[in-house]
Design a protein around this ligand. Sequence first.
Ligand SMILES: *Cc1c(COP(=O)(O)O)cnc(C)c1O
Length: 493
Amino acid sequence: MTLLYKSTRNTDNVVPASQAILQGLATDGGLYVPTELPKLELNFDELAQKSYQEVAYLIMSAFYPDFTEEELRYCIDSAYDTKFDDAAIAPVVKKGNDYYLELFHGSTIAFKDMALSILPYLMTTSAKKNGVDSEIVILTATSGDTGKAAMAGFADVPGTKIIVFYPKDGVSKIQEKQMVTQKGDNTYVVAIDGNFDDAQSMVKSLFNDAALKQALADNGKQFSSANSINIGRLIPQVVYYVYAYAQLVKQGEIKNGEEINVSVPTGNFGNILAGYYAKQLGVPFKQLICASNPNKVLTDFFQTGVYDRNRPFFVTSSPSMDILISSNLERLIFHLTGDDVAQTNELMNQLTSEGKYEITPEMKARLTDFIGDFATEEETKATIEEIYQEAQYVLDPHTAVAASVLAKHKEANTPSLVVSTASPYKFPRVVVEALTQKEATKDDFDLVDELYRLSNVVIPQAVTELLDAPVRHNRVVAVNEMKPCVTEILAIK
Ligand SMILES: *Cc1c(COP(=O)(O)O)cnc(C)c1O
């Protein structure tokens, strides 16, 4: 049997990987999951000798069987190259008693780069394979990070264009500079006189605009989205879990087969779900620790079996985890039901209508792979300070949430791996405040210098090059001008 992808909402919807990547979300509203788990003999003594790219090929060829070797190697080699400032791509380091898997060595110094650097190549290759010759236009609204990571991934990828809208006064100074200096002849960045929700709703309505869709088709173009539910983002994330375990074996830190715990700072449940798939493939993970910030909807879910988004929303120092609907959780729910489409539909419909659902005791009994817990804002800051004192290692606030939660569940004889999702230089204000224990009053760029003086951690090139990068984008439009702006950029009537 070959591995295909089936929707969590409709048993009849089964497609090859390349079509699932092109569609993103299934047309029935469900998420695509593999019809079976690939059978891989993971020999970590052998894997320890392999490069990141070789491990990526092993995992992706198993999950994307309709891609040829040549196609996959082209995608992998185009994605994981010198855009990353470390040849290991995802290095594992030991600091204090724990290990950290650093996923922040790509173009935007955060974990989204791991998947968004390869997604554009997977998409354009999928289009070719399926005889789709239209240009792929990515349209997205961003509150800062994801849009930038998507642009960095799509910049100058043949056969694509990307248009990103961001709220003019709703992003940090560093984020704004990252946006307006974006390189690439196919990238378009537009500031909106409005907030993120305004931009997001208008982008949604443009996606659903039938006349616009037709006009695009008449001009040989089609919209697509790069959001985190695409299996073209999920599967590349399985790779670094396999690679990390192999690196620990290689470094002599663990014995082949020894169980380790993994703590993951979680928002949309994409990163940790990839860890769960890695465990099912045979990576010896004991517990997957799902670490949340005060938006602890997942903590409550793992502890009680009730998912309830009806609660206050907190703006925290780990903004990429400020999420009340973790969209990738639907895949875990589906697996907990024993791949039961009817039951999944029922629970997801309850989430839409009432904002909450409760899983059955049988499903809850299957949650043994996970521990859910959270860190308060105070605990997160204290952890940044503590780890720095103990190990001279500076964590960003997202990683600090995972380290803080890990400390509460640490088992004496089980090695632990913290998944590190951003460079501290991405969030200099919070980090400097944690290290100095007082309010930081300078602007972001001065805080970068201060963080360097405090920590001696090399400033990533992604930050230094911003200082004198030329501004390439200066469009500012009102929300109701977004549609004409898109048609003008794409030169369609
Ligand atoms: C997106 C993000 C997360 C959360 O990852 P999910 O896959 O949404 O759970 C954590 N940390 C950082 C820095 C991120 O950008």
